[in-house]
Structures are given as structure tokens and as C-alpha cells.
Ligand binder design. Structure first.
Ligand code: A3P
Length: 292
């Protein structure tokens, strides 16, 4: 199948492409179930890592065959996507036989279907510092044929600062969800950098939010499976075989580091970025680490 690089356009106040807006009515009318688990993030924050962790926590023991037969993007399904006529997130979620459903989304908080709030669903949001996010997004856009052409790094960085990315501004996204956390108690906020620092600790916090209590042995097993090197070579989570990605250009599970931005930002770009960041984030209480 031929996939074409889409154009960005303004959609409900954010930049978007047809692959995530074409199924909008079904997305907005999506019927949540009270035990749905929502995995929300801006692109490239470690959403797949978190999805795999959650999948192992919920289904690792009860359905081990799942780990070798179903790719992660079919276990934790993106709500708003419509890649082809038969590949619609909402429909795939309606047909998911497992419970709870693991539902992924990159939507900014204000565009989330109401049903999730009405059903008081648990939400886990993972955030990653802006500099590593833009670098990761750049490489992802280079390899992923259903995202706009990234062009040169320097213009891409400018575009990121202006919020002209698929799913809009990073700054608005993280701040919007952070604000939601203040009024919605069933939202657990995680940081990529903290997961890198100590995945066991972050998994314990996540389990306590979800009311799960895996045995020490099970925890060890999960921690081992979600290691970067393990995930990189695991064809059920590294997206290999996905026709919308060109693996000759980059990998999906690429570097998995905090601070890779230093290999991409020039000194001048870093200064400009920091100044702009300070302005955009001046009213926010969110703090990110750009090194660990
Ligand atoms: P990099 O491109 O910086 O390597 P998402 O799943 O939200 O698209 O996020 C992708 C990013 O998470 C990529 O970052 C990817 O390498 C990283 N990642 C995936 N699995 C990881 C793991 N087990 N440990 C650390 N980083 C991981």
C-alpha cells in the first residue's frame, strides 16, 4: 500500500493531519468503559515503553502468548488514528476482547472525548523534556511515511517552537494535561527521565496508582523485559514490519537516552530555544530534567 506524506492543517486550534482527524466523529463519540486505562502523551515521550509496561502488568501472566503474537500497537491501540479504512482506532478498540482496554492517545486534553471523564477512567500521562522530544520526533518523522516531511533539522526545530507539529504545541500539551491533574484525581503523571533513572521505582508508583500488586518475581521479570536493549530487538514492540515506517532511515526504538539533544542542538540553537522556553513556560510549575 502507498502512503503519502500528509499536509499539516489547523484542526480545532491545533496542527493536525488527516490520519488523526478523519475519524473525528467516532473519536468524539467514543464510549469509554469505567475500567479503561488511558495512556496519554505528546508524541515521542515514551508512550510505547509505558504501554508495554502496562500490558505486561495486566496481561503478562494471564496471556503469555499475547507477548509473542500481537504487536504492541494492537494491544494498546491509538484512539484517534485512521490509517486506512479498516484500520480505525475506535473500531479496533470496540472489538478488543481484553479487559481493561489499554487506550493510547496523543490528543491534547481539551480534545479528549467526554466519555472518559464521565466514566472517571484512570489516565496515565507520560511527559518528556522538550529538547529530547523534538530530537526524537525529528527522527521519527524522517522514518514514518504518514507524518509530514521533517525537512532540515534547523527549520524543524523552529517549527517545534511554533507548535506546528502533528498534535500541536508540546508546551500546550504538557501544560494542559498537568493542569488537568490538579482537578482530576485519577490522572497519574510520569516523566520519561524518571523512568530512565529508576524504572522499578516508577513502576511501583504506577502500580500503587492502579491498585496492582505484582510479586517481587513478576516485577523483576517485567523490569527485564522493558529494558531498552530488550525492546529494541523484540519484534512485537519495535514496530518492525510496519509498512508506514522506513527502517533504513532510522529505528523506532532509537537511542533511549536523556540528553541526546546535545548531539543535535548547536550552541546558538540551544540559547534561542532556552530563551523561548523560558517565555512559554513562565507560568508553569512543571519542571523537566534535560540530563539524568
Ligand atoms: P528516542 O527516539 O530518543 O530513542 P514513543 O513511544 O512515545 O513514540 O516514544 C519513543 C521514544 O521512547 C524513543 O526515543 C524510543 O527509543 C524511546 N524508548 C522506547 N522504549 C524505550 C525503553 N525501553 N527505554 C528507554 N527509551 C525507550
Amino acid at each position: 500500500m502507498d502512503f503519502s506524506r500528509p499536509e499539516l492543517f489547523d484542526f480545532q486550534g491545533i496542527s493536525m493531519t488527516n490520519y488523526f482527524s478523519d475519524n473525528w466523529e467516532n473519536t468524539q463519540n467514543f464510549q469509554a468503559r469505567p475500567n479503561d486505562i488511558i495512556i496519554a502523551s505528546y508524541p515521542k515521550a515514551g508512550g510505547t515503553w509505558l504501554s508495554y509496561l502496562l500490558d505486561l502488568l495486566y496481561f503478562g501472566q494471564s496471556s503469555p502468548e499475547r507477548q509473542t503474537s500481537i504487536p504492541i500497537f494492537r494491544r494498546a491501540i491509538n484512539l484517534e488514528s485512521k490509517i486506512t479504512h479498516i484500520c480505525r482506532g475506535t473500531e479496533m478498540l470496540d472489538k478488543l476482547p481484553t479487559s481493561p482496554r489499554l487506550i493510547r492517545t496523543h490528543l491534547p486534553v481539551q480534545l479528549m472525548p467526554n466519555s472518559f471523564w464521565e466514566q472517571n477512567c484512570k489516565v496515565v500521562y507520560v511527559a518528556r523534556n522538550a529538547k529530547d522530544s523534538v530530537v526524537s520526533y525529528f527522527h521519527f518523522d524522517r522514518m514514518t511515511l504518514i507524518f509530514p516531511e521533517p525537512g532540515e533539522w534547523s527549520s524543524y526545530l523552529q517549527r517545534f517552537m511554533k507548535g506546528k507539529m502533528v498534535f500541536g504545541s508540546w508546551y500546550d500539551h504538557v501544560n494542559g494535561w498537568w493542569k488537568k491533574k490538579q482537578s482530576y484525581s485519577k490522572l497519574h503523571f510520569m516523566f520519561y527521565e524518571e523512568m530512565i533513572e529508576d524504572i522499578g521505582r516508577e513502576m511501583d508508583k504506577l502500580c500503587s496508582f492502579l491498585g496492582l500488586s505484582p510479586s517481587a518475581e513478576e516485577k523483576e521479570r517485567i523490569i527485564d523485559r522493558v529494558q531498552f536493549d530488550q525492546m529494541k530487538t523484540n519484534n512485537m514492540v519495535n514496530h518492525s514490519g510496519l509498512k508506514i515506517m522506513n527502517f533504513n532511515v532510522s529505528s523506532f526504538i532509537r537511542k533511549g537516552k536523556v540528553g541526546d539533544w546535545k548531539n543535535h542542538f548547536t550552541v546558538a540553537q540551544n540559547e534561542e530555544f532556552d530563551e523561548d522556553y523560558g517565555e512559554k513556560m513562565k507560568d508553569s510549575t512543571l519542571q523537566f530534567r534535560t540530563e539524568v
